[in-house]
Ligand binder design. Structure first.
Ligand code: CTP
Ligand code: ZN
Length: 157
């Protein structure tokens, strides 16, 4: 039987983010700060078949080679993601993602009285990684603990 698949061209250079949990591709773009207006030719595939994950999302960004500091943030919502850096149609680097020890700016503190939520103060949020499994972060200003499941609702951008 002929395999049915949604085919999207290989890219010549750039970054392919593969093995994203199904349905999380738009969160991935948001964490990377990609809105579409930067002009990168970008393919977003959602809910495609995967042997490892059942279903998965894939994001391909042409001509943009994402660095480790950027892609490690993806571990917050897409811990299974693999990052493929492509040059001349070949994968020149393949890496996993890992939550960094400190996360600045990306997340809003859920505590409404936290100093980072005050409109009069110009304080950038900062969370410290307390535990990887299960994922637990802590606001460095007010001490509020945040669990992994809460993170996608706390994304600032
Ligand atoms: N890819 C691409 N353009 C290229 C090379 C690869 O878009 N020039 C994409 C592939 O379509 C795939 C991903 O990058 O979605 C990873 O490619 P590859 O390592 O060849 O696939 P797998 O071996 O299946 O990856 P893994 O071992 O990570 O499962
Ligand atoms: Zn706080």
């Amino acid at each position: 039987m002929k395999e049915e698949r949604l085919t999207v061209s290989k890219i010549r250079s750039g970054t392919v983010i593969d093995h994203i949990p199904a349905g999380k591709a738009l969160h991935v773009l948001r964490i990377l700060g990609i809105t579409g207006s930067e002009g990168y030719r970008t393919a977003v595939l959602m809910n495609v078949e995967s042997r490892k994950l059942g279903r998965k999302d894939i994001v391909k960004i042409e001509h943009k080679k994402l660095g480790e500091d950027e892609t490690n943030l993806l571990a917050l919502i897409a811990p299974t993601a693999t990052i493929n850096i492509v040059e001349g149609y070949e994968i020149v680097e393949k890496r996993r993602v890992r939550i960094p020890e400190r996360i600045r700016r990306l997340l809003t503190c859920p505590n409404p009285t936290c100093i980072t939520r005050s409109s009069r103060e110009d304080v950038v949020t900062s969370f410290k990684l307390v535990s990887r499994d299960p994922v637990i972060l802590q606001c460095e200003y007010c001490g509020t603990m945040v669990r992994g499941e809460e993170l996608e609702n706390l994304l600032t951008k």
